[in-house]
Ligand binder design. Structure first.
Ligand code: ATP
Ligand code: MG
Length: 448
């Protein structure tokens, strides 16, 4: 078996049978290949869009779409990706057809370890020559948004469905999860050149609001020396992105409700109703229903916005996406900064994976940017990482430890996550600030 550089070879295994996937995964991982798995064609296609796959191993007979469609998709859309078909239904016809549409080889189940390795090696040899050094890229299937985790695949699906409608979309998710990225994806993936107008709702003072949103006519008020269009006119035919909609005053909410209901508005100082054709996408990192309950957000506006909801998962719930995003940002910043691409040691990568990521993708992006600038070595190890990561890296120390040690460690981890903010740490831990301070004093006392 070719032992060269297997660790840089990404293999995507697609099969609805968990046993077959496990078998292939176990064998190839033992030979240092990096394995990605999908149980159906659609998830495979999503992975192909965001990871540089070198070899696809796919079953032919699967529910929903069959493997032949994947073979065709790969051979018509991706250069230098090898395709090995496995089939439990050894009809010569199916296998021959898969070769016709682009597979290099086929393998009939059940197969031995040797047969698997031989086929993999032959397919890679056939496709290796001339393979370009590609980088992690994303294409139309993931809208330039990196991720292959289950919750992100759901997000991509909703974007696909929502992009061709004009329905209002509310994007929710913690800070830094990619809400604006999704809003832009919804707009730009329509392929038509129309305006995208983002508005930071919390950023406009109430006194200017109406004229900013709807424009004013000349002489509407002192200082209105000429007629000026507002955001809604500018966005006509395109999308208006109401970012941080939770920060709007009740006055602004009333005005927004009117346009959402009637699709028309009046410019300040004018009695003539203006009609616009605007798609509304809103985003928030707070729970709007909570605001509704507190009387800070209009319930009627809430339901007008909540037609299609795209919920972005926090990074800590995205599994392997942390690793995929890390290599994406490493390669992006190395290129932008003209530096050599650095890599993470396994230990450091593990620390990233168990970290809580309160700032989500933005936090990861900023970390990789800083590391690319600062780290001189070829490898990033745990000591290169900020303090908050160093505690989380040692979580796996078995069960033979006193409770007090675990409490200390956890307190320091939460403290790091909140960047040493005592109030927020105390809130997370469910203790008062005084108790927290005393505990920290004891920990620091202990470690000196
Ligand atoms: N899945 C992703 N793939 C690649 N880049 C991402 C992804 N998610 C977020 N980013 C990047 O992370 C940064 C933060 O994303 P974005 O501004 O869309 O987050 P947000 O949810 O709007 O945050 P906030 O609530 O703080 O406004 C951006 O630079 C964005 O390009
Ligand atoms: Mg944002």
């Amino acid at each position: 078996m070719n032992k060269l550089n297997n660790s840089n070879t990404n293999v995507l295994v697609v099969d609805d049978s968990i046993e077959t996937i496990e078998l292939i995964k176990r064998n190839l991982e033992a030979a240092s290949f990096r394995i990605y798995i999908a149980h159906q064609v659609q998830s495979a296609i999503a992975i192909l869009s965001s990871v540089n796959i070198d070899l696809v191993i796919t079953d032919l007979k699967m529910p929903e779409q069959n493997g032949m469609q994947l073979v065709r998709h790969v051979s018509e859309n991706f250069k230098h990706v090898g395709i090995l078909v496995i089939t439990g239904f050894p009809s010569i016809e199916g296998a021959v057809n898969s070769i016709k549409v682009g597979a290099e080889e086929y393998l009939v189940k059940p197969f031995t370890e040797d047969e698997l390795f031989n086929s993999v090696e032959r397919v890679l040899n056939k496709t290796f020559t001339g393979r370009k050094n590609r980088n992690t890229t994303a294409d139309a299937n993931t809208f330039g948004i990196i991720g292959t985790s289950e919750p992100m695949l759901n997000v991509f699906q909703t974007i696909s469905k929502a992009k061709s409608t004009n329905a209002t979309v509310l994007i929710t998710g913690e800070s830094g999860t990619g809400k604006e990225l999704v809003a832009r994806a919804l707009h730009y993936s329509s392929g038509v050149q129309t305006p995208f107008v983002p508005i930071n709702c919390g950023g406009i003072p109430d006194t200017l609001l109406e004229s900013e949103l709807f424009g004013h006519v000349k002489g509407a008020y002192t200082g209105a020396n000429e007629t000026r269009a507002g955001f809604f006119q500018t966005a006509d035919g395109g999308t208006i992105f109401l970012d941080e909609i939770g920060n709007t005053s009740l006055a602004m909410q009333a005005k927004l409700l009117r346009v959402l209901q009637d699709k028309e508005f009046y410019m300040v100082g004018s009695k003539k109703p203006e009609k616009v054709n605007v798609r509304i996408v809103a985003a928030t990192n707070v729970d709007l229903m909570e605001l509704v309950k507190k009387g800070l957000f209009r319930e009627d506006l809430y339901y007008r916005l909540f037609i299609i909801n795209i919920q972005l998962p926090p990074l800590r719930q995205r599994g392997d996406d942390v690793e995929i995003l890390t290599s994406y940002f490493l390669s992006k910043y190395a290129k932008e900064l003209g530096k050599k691409e650095i890599r993470f040691t396994d230990k450091a990568m593990k620390a990233l994976k168990v970290y809580d990521w309160p700032g989500n993708v933005r936090e990861l992006q900023n970390l990789i940017y800083r590391l690319t600038i600062l780290v001189e070595d070829d490898f990033i190890d745990i000591p290169d990482l900020p303090e908050a990561f160093r505690y989380s890296a040692y979580q796996d120390r078995g069960t033979d430890r006193p409770l007090v040690e675990i409490e200390h460690e956890y307190i320091m981890k939460v403290l790091g996550t909140h960047r040493n903010n005592i109030s927020r740490t105390a809130r997370t831990l469910g203790i008062d600030r005084k108790t927290l301070r005393e505990k920290i004093k004891r920990i620091r006392g202990n470690s000196n």
